[in-house]
Ligand binder design. Structure first.
Ligand SMILES: NC(=O)c1ccc[n+]([C@@H]2O[C@H](COP(=O)([O-])OP(=O)(O)OC[C@H]3O[C@@H](n4cnc5c(N)ncnc54)[C@H](OP(=O)(O)O)[C@@H]3O)[C@@H](O)[C@H]2O)c1
Length: 279
């Protein structure tokens, strides 16, 4: 009997994550749809089951809460070897908020959670595709301020820096884990719930998105391609940007370097067991 292919997708209650889950269910994966709210996650899973007749299960956890990520990793362990892990969920903050463990929520959910899942799942990811989502387009990354403590706090800048930190972490995960194919994907500009609720100066840009942005299904294409395409190489970022199609290897901003990746990885290692923001 053919081995069951298991794919875990985080943040599947709406937007791009739900469409990645739909596409994987259509391809015959057993899809584990993650969410932080049971009712919303069940509703999304029911929709995918109805539309695709695919095998769908759910897993819950707030990714900004380290204890919940640990619990999620333990729960995912029961599937044995995973074929794909898609880190789609992301926080775009409106204000600086600390988690119960004292970590800034954007860093905790967007950067530390992918590190924790990769670390805790370990060998279960051997041979898997691990996808992180790149985005925001910001060009800064302050390795001495990963938790955005320096005032004034700006939600959009914090999100962009977290995405650059995640991009750098992707390089380091790819380097340290040759048994796994780890890549970044950029979905392009996609009109989602998150986009409609951007903070600060980006508020109106997001709300006008229906005029020119892609649908969530279009935004999911790069991720769905990267999960199975043989030509995909670990440590690269592939993208879906206007005018250039959706399977292109993308140039990285100068702040995403192997050295930055090493530093973000080591910071995650320390934050995985400590609450102090000054490590
Ligand atoms: N939209 C774009 O144009 C764009 C562009 C570039 C990159 N991206 C990236 O693509 C990915 C998906 O974007 P999107 O626009 O589809 O996002 P979205 O509409 O904001 O949806 C985000 C998903 O993440 C979940 N989530 C948020 N915080 C969470 C937490 N603390 N714990 C667990 N789940 C959490 C949300 O769950 P709830 O339902 O519970 O809130 C939701 O399912 C993100 O990584 C984003 O950075 C998007």
């Amino acid at each position: 009997m053919a081995e069951r292919r298991v794919a875990v997708v985080t943040g599947t209650t709406s937007g791009i994550g739900k469409e990645v889950a739909r596409g994987l269910a259509q391809q015959g994966f057993l899809v584990v749809m993650h969410g932080r709210d049971r009712a919303r996650t069940e509703a999304a899973a029911d929709e995918i089951r109805r539309d695709t007749a695919g095998a769908v299960e759910i897993a819950l956890g707030d990714l900004s809460v380290r204890a919940e990520v640990e619990r999620l990793a333990a729960e995912l362990g029961r599937y044995g070897r995973l074929h794909a892990l898609v880190h789609n969920a992301a926080v775009v903050p409106h204000q600086r908020r600390l988690t119960p463990e004292g970590l800034e929520q954007t860093f905790a959910a967007n950067v530390l959670a992918p590190w924790l899942l990769a670390d805790r799942l370990g060998d279960k990811l051997a041979g898997a595709r691990v996808l992180t989502f790149y985005g925001g387009g910001g060009t800064t990354l302050d390795l001495d301020d990963l938790q955005s403590e320096r005032a004034p706090f700006d939600g959009w800048d914090t999100y962009c820096r977290s995405k650059n930190a995640l991009g750098a972490l992707t390089l380091e995960l790819a380097r340290r884990r040759p048994q796994t194919v780890t890549v970044g994907v950029l979905p392009g500009l996609v009109y989602t719930e998150g986009m409609r609720n951007l903070p600060g100066r980006m508020r109106w840009f997001g709300r006008m998105g229906w005029l020119f942005m892609r649908t969530s299904a279009q935004g999911a294409r790069t991720a769905l391609w990267a999960i199975t395409a043989p030509e995909v190489q670990s440590g690269k970022v592939y993208g879906n940007i206007l005018g250039r199609g959706w399977r292109n290897e993308l140039p990285l901003p100068p702040v995403i370097t192997p050295e930055a990746g090493r530093r973000v990885y080591e910071a995650c290692e320390r934050y995985s067991s400590s609450t102090s923001s000054r490590l």
